[in-house]
Design a protein around this ligand. Structure first.
Ligand SMILES: *[C@@H]1O[C@H](CO)[C@@H](O)[C@H](O)[C@H]1NC(C)=O
Length: 157
């Protein structure tokens, strides 16, 4: 119960001041508001997806998920040409938890065979999702996770 009161207080505080300082790299997270019991925070900074995820976690949050119509409608309603506009990393990436190899000819995954070692040197995830907040279009785009051109992130708690 104490934890609930504390988080309620933090949310009220965030809503009142409208800005919460991220603990590292100086990213300001702006409280977009609450929908279906969770709060979305948006921040602006050029970063790749891994760094975006770390920034959310450093603030005790996770990259945002958008899983219901109400959440889509909510984010759409928050479009603002100065404060919430453009591309924001969100918490989706390749559906494989770890990139796997398939034989090109048969499209079947390489199985572990006796006497041969499998080593993975590539990035764990290759494509990651960014939410686009715009005037007429609302889009989820897939980019290379390592791309630095995405200028924002959305965390949730
Ligand atoms: C966008 O955000 C700014 C800063 O908070 C605010 O002054 C302005 O009214 C907002 N615009 C719209 C259309 O809500």
């Amino acid at each position: 119960m104490k934890a609930l009161f504390l988080s309620a207080f933090v949310l009220v505080f965030a809503a009142t001041t409208c800005q919460v300082e991220a603990s590292e790299d100086g990213v300001n997270l702006v409280n977009l508001g609450n929908v279906e019991g969770k709060s979305y925070f948006a921040g602006t900074s050029q970063m790749n997806w891994m760094i975006a995820r770390d920034l959310c976690r450093n603030s005790g949050m996770e990259l945002a998920t958008i899983t219901t119509q109400a959440q889509v409608d909510f984010l759409k309603s928050k479009y603002n040409s100065t404060t919430f506009s453009g591309y924001y990393w969100i918490g989706a990436r390749d559906s494989q938890s770890f990139r796997a190899l398939s034989w090109d000819s048969t499209d079947t995954e390489i199985e572990t065979l006796f006497g041969i070692k499998y080593r993975h040197f590539a990035a764990k995830y290759q494509i990651c999702a960014a939410y686009y907040s715009g005037t007429d279009e609302t889009v989820i785009d897939a980019y290379e996770c390592t791309m630095n051109d995405v200028t924002g992130l959305i965390c949730e708690t």
